[in-house]
Design a protein around this ligand. Structure first.
Ligand SMILES: CC(C)(COP(=O)(O)OP(=O)(O)OC[C@H]1O[C@@H](n2cnc3c(N)ncnc32)[C@H](O)[C@@H]1OP(=O)(O)O)[C@@H](O)C(=O)NCCC(=O)NCCS
Length: 180
């Protein structure tokens, strides 16, 4: 049953509070993403604890309602999309890794708030662009949300997930951050 939340708060995720949210965050990651889109606990920790990262939690009391994670593009050279991105090395792009909202909290604007806060923080912390990947089909809601925030497709990556779920296509996008 959906939880109607009027009291969601947004806070930065970082090395200071990673330990506090770790178990809920890992549970949500495995509940929400199919295995080929899940990040390992080690990868999630690296992103959240990155000194120049921009990661946020949506919190309702003591419950983690959602999160969005990001760190400089340079930290993702092993990922298709960032791997081919000519801006990698310029230290100007925040790579938005995971975004999810607990299914009981969806459809209330929490995903939009998380992304809007991440974009504002990225801009004020000196990034010029945000990039990311959205799986066609399974992440259509996210692609629609990102598009409404200015995301434009840079290229389509084929057959990267290789998990037998069709379509096996992913959009690599950018959001150019205008000066506020
Ligand atoms: C994508 C996701 C984060 C959206 O979170 P949310 O809190 O439900 O989103 P919001 O209520 O803020 O809705 C924002 C926008 O998302 C889009 N959206 C949300 N749910 C949608 C749905 N079921 N179908 C289509 N679009 C949808 C709409 O464009 C909506 O726009 P609006 O604000 O004009 O209504 C959530 O659906 C989710 O966790 N999905 C699974 C994880 C995932 O695939 N993440 C993306 C890959 S990283």
């Amino acid at each position: 049953m959906p939880v109607i939340s009027t009291t969601t708060q947004y806070e930065r995720l970082n090395a200071t509070n990673w330990g506090h949210w770790r178990s809920q965050l890992l549970r949500l990651e495995t509940q929400t993403y199919e295995p080929s889109r899940q990040d390992t606990p080690e990868t999630l920790e690296k992103i959240i604890c990155h000194k120049k990262g921009v990661s946020l939690a949506a919190i309702n009391g003591e419950q983690l309602a959602g999160f969005c994670l990001g760190a400089p593009l340079e930290a993702f050279s092993h990922v298709r999309g960032p791997a081919e991105d000519s801006l990698r090395g310029s230290a100007t792009v925040l790579y938005a890794a995971d975004t999810l909202v607990h299914d009981e909290y969806r459809g209330q604007g929490i995903g939009r708030e998380l992304k809007a806060h991440q974009i504002d923080a990225a801009r004020s912390e000196g990034f010029e662009q945000v990039s990311g990947r959205n799986r066609a089909g399974l992440a259509n809601a996210m692609w629609r949300l990102n598009s409404s925030l200015g995301a434009r497709a840079v290229h389509i990556i084929e057959k990267d997930y290789q998990d037998g779920i069709e379509p096996d296509l992913c959009i690599y996008y950018r959001i150019v951050l205008s000066a506020s």
